[in-house]
Design a protein around this ligand. Structure first.
Ligand code: SUD
Ligand code: ADP
Length: 307
């Protein structure tokens, strides 16, 4: 049991999950990745990462939350990998950390839950270890851990190109009201990209989608709802045809747009305003079409220190 004095030194960070408002993908590259043009939006569904001092060389993680048992707690945990990578990159030989993660972002849900924990661990450990490090350096380390990690550090609304890890902020007016429909099981990102290759999907262009960028500048949810598009949808639906019924139900219940987030299976429904989002979440929950429903807003900031 750590002494109160040691507990007081712990650092807490909050990190948001993301949805992809649009995702265009090219074909598989020689490095196994796909070049993307994707607009991310961070939404108000957060994981919390606490980093407490540990003996040199000690790296542990404890997971809390409904899906905690679906996440590895050994060296494969993305937060542990992030902490070890950071220690190595800055030559911190005495580094050690005990991490506690309170998970709300669904696991293998297409909302970057693992990447969020990696981003949170990078920020929390950099503060715990009192490192002199810039946000840009953290972003470079993050990109080594996963294509989504740089966005999880940054948050807001951003265009991601290359593997999705080269970011440019996108001007977005106002706040959007989303209803997330969760699935009872996850979808593997590599499996969805594999199906994408097999089906030969994709719009064939990696130009940033102008209709979507214009909709975000105008702050008009109806225009945004029409511009949502995801090249991975066909592949996700081929692997999980049941998601078609979820999408139909949300649209029938009044959503003004829908999108499978990233590689799925989470479906994000856009509502025109807060009260419509409340009505939609109640109706969708009552319909039994999905495993769980959560109302969120976006954009919100990325990884941030708490307390
Ligand atoms: C599809 C997206 C869309 O935002 O999100 P999720 O649905 O996973 O949340 C991302 O591109 C996922 O990012 P992330 O989950 O960090 O990917 P990584 O760990 O780097 O890669 C996992 C695997 O996904 C595939 N992958 C990922 C990104 C990319 N641009 N091309 C790919 O082909 C590769 O097979 C890779 O081995
Ligand atoms: N801290 C973590 N949180 C969630 N998933 C993790 C974590 N560490 C490792 N993983 C693994 O990373 C993979 C991707 O999970 P996740 O990021 O939640 O999904 P997605 O890529 O669909 O957003 C899963 O196989 C999961 O077991």
């Amino acid at each position: 049991m750590a002494s109160p004095a040691i507990e007081d030194q712990s650092v807490r960070v909050r990190v948001a999950g993301k949805i992809n408002l649009t995702l265009r993908s090219g074909p598989r590259r020689a490095d196994g990745y796909h070049s993307l043009a994707t607009v991310f939006q961070a939404v108000s569904l957060f994981d919390e990462i606490e980093a407490a001092p540990a003996e040199p060389g000690e790296f542990t993680v404890t997971m809390h939350g409904d899906q905690a048992d679906q996440v590895p707690t050994g060296a494969d945990n993305l937060a542990i990998r992030a902490a070890r990578l950071l220690a190595k990159e800055v030559d911190h030989e005495d580094a050690g950390v005990n991490l506690v993660i309170r998970k709300s972002i669904p696991v293998t849900g297409g909302m970057a839950g693992g990447s969020a924990d990696a981003a949170g661990a990078l920020l929390a450990c950099s503060v715990l270890w009192d490192l002199d490090i810039t946000p840009d350096e953290l972003r470079v380390f993050g990109a080594q851990l996963g294509a989504d990690v740089p966005f999880c550090l940054a948050g807001g609304t951003a265009l991601g190109t290359d593997r999705g890890d080269r970011l440019v902020p996108v001007l977005s007016r106002g706040s959007y009201h989303w209803v997330l429909a969760f699935s009872d099981r996850g979808l593997s990102t590599p499996a969805v990209f594999g199906k994408f290759d097999e089906l030969g999907c994709g719009a064939g262009t990696l130009e940033p989608p102008e209709d979507l960028l214009n909709a975000l500048v105008s702050g008009d949810p109806v225009a945004l709802g029409k511009a949502l598009a995801n090249d991975l949808s066909e592949a996700a639906l081929a692997l999980r045809p049941d998601l078609g019924r979820v999408i139909e139900t949300g649209l029938e219940l009044g959503a003004i747009g829908s999108i499978i987030s990233g590689s799925g299976p989470t479906v994000a429904f856009l509502a025109p305003n807060e009260s419509a989002a409340v009505d939609l979440s109640v109706a969708l929950s009552g319909s039994g079409a999905c495993h769980g429903v959560r109302r969120v807003t976006g954009p919100v900031p990325g990884a941030r220190l708490l307390g």
